[in-house]
Design a protein around this ligand. Structure first.
Ligand code: PLP
Length: 384
């Protein structure tokens, strides 16, 4: 049997259409988009088309799309770039405690090096950062709130509507890391009350090393890299046409695949959850108890009494790829900052697994995991 890949929140395999279009542009569209000759103009055309396509698919204007070299870079530009543009007005940032390391690291950099004060807002026990908690953290000198659209570890969706309304009322900028939301939920920049939004191509079958930031018209940002005027001066450097086209192609496929993601994939995730709950005594879901309050592809759960590392190794031997916490944190002994902030007891922390599906996941694969995983849990518990 082929290997089963349930680590799609870490990264996804490239879609064949993306490989094809990128290979073609790597070979053919090698011109510098800033050059006036034919090769340059061809590159500019491809880049413009990619930008227009991304804008249309996400409800943005083409000028609001800034291509970056990763989701991490988009997060840094969104947070540090906002703070640098706004610090004359105020120096206080409100950041959710369950953000990805890219946002937490950017916020801590503002604090350590640039004179910001940061309030980190804890989630509730289900991993949701509530609007009331954000409201309580706001001060007169708050200039930016950073709240992700969905969490990479638990899949928890955050109350962006309510937090956005709060921010608008108070004149505070809202940045959202939508890296785990794009391709999994309908994302409409024109309808969402956010000012700056980051995402990354490799979470929806696009290339690694390609991200983007949507920056609402009129929102000022400081570039973090100095150079030419590319990407409206916000991200100077000769643009990578093949990566921009790869991102745009993957995004089109992901948006076309959203109905499948929110129905078939969600049902498979629910089947996995229900099957494990039936077969594994003590099984607990980490994150919102209602599946619809999570992105459709994610299940994070604990199997108390069975160490997560042992489960991962056993699954890998059985041909199943899963993870504990986020990819950057796995391998390290540190427990997940997200699950820790949710107040999970030690045995739940030590036995937590993240299983994340994609549009490629099949019924047979989920049935296979349901055959293998309960036995692994029972074996590790017996040996403990
Ligand atoms: N933000 C979230 C929520 C993520 O899950 C990730 C990826 O792990 C990132 C940011 C970073 O994106 P990239 O891997 O493109 O730098």
């Amino acid at each position: 049997m082929d290997r089963i890949y349930l680590d799609n929140n870490a990264t996804t395999p490239l879609a064949p259409e993306v490989v094809e279009v990128m290979a073609r542009h790597l070979a053919e569209t090698w011109g510098n988009p800033s050059s006036v000759h034919a090769a340059g103009r061809a590159a500019r055309r491809a880049l413009d088309e990619a930008r227009e396509s991304v804008a249309e698919l996400l409800g943005a204007r083409p000028r609001e799309v800034v291509f970056t070299g990763s989701g991490t870079e988009a997060d840094n530009l969104g947070v540090v770039g906002s703070y640098l543009a706004l610090r004359e007005k105020g120096r206080h940032l409100v950041v959710s405690a369950v953000e990805h390391a890219a946002v937490l690291g950017a916020a801590r950099f503002c604090e350590r090096e640039l004179g910001a004060e940061v309030t980190f807002v804890a989630p509730n026990r289900e991993g949701v950062v509530e609007a009331e908690a954000v409201a309580a953290a706001l001060r007169d000198d708050t200039v930016l709130v950073a709240l992700m659209a969905a969490n990479n570890e638990t899949g928890a969706r955050m109350p962006l509507e309510a937090v956005g309304a709060l921010c608008r009322e108070r004149g505070v900028r809202l940045f959202t890391d939508a890296v785990q939301a794009v391709g999994r939920l309908p994302v409409r920049f024109d309808a969402w009350p956010v000012d700056v939004l980051a995402f990354s191509a490799h979470k929806f079958h696009g290339p690694k090393g390609a991200g983007a930031l949507l920056v609402r018209r009129g929102v000022r940002l400081h570039p973090l890299v100095r150079g030419g005027g590319q990407e409206r001066g916000l991200r100077p450097g000769t643009e990578s046409v093949p990566y921009a086209v790869g991102l745009a192609t993957a995004l089109r496929l992901a948006v076309e695949g959203l109905p499948e993601m929110t129905t078939r994939v969600a049902a498979l995730r629910d089947r996995l959850e229900a099957g494990l709950a039936e077969r594994v005594p003590g099984f607990v879901v980490n994150g919102p108890s209602r599946p619809e309050d999570r992105v459709p592809n994610t299940l994070n759960a604990s199997f108390p009494g069975a160490e997560a590392e042992g489960l991962l190794i056993g699954l890998d031997r059985a041909g199943v790829a899963a993870s504990t916490g986020s990819a950057c944190a796995s391998g390290a002994v540190e427990p997940s900052h997200v699950l820790t902030a949710m107040g999970l007891p030690r045995d739940a922390l030590a036995s937590s697994l993240r299983l994340s599906l994609s549009r490629r996941t099949t019924d047979a694969e989920i049935e296979r995991v349901l055959e293998v995983l309960p036995g692994l849990v029972a074996g590790l518990r017996a040996a403990a």
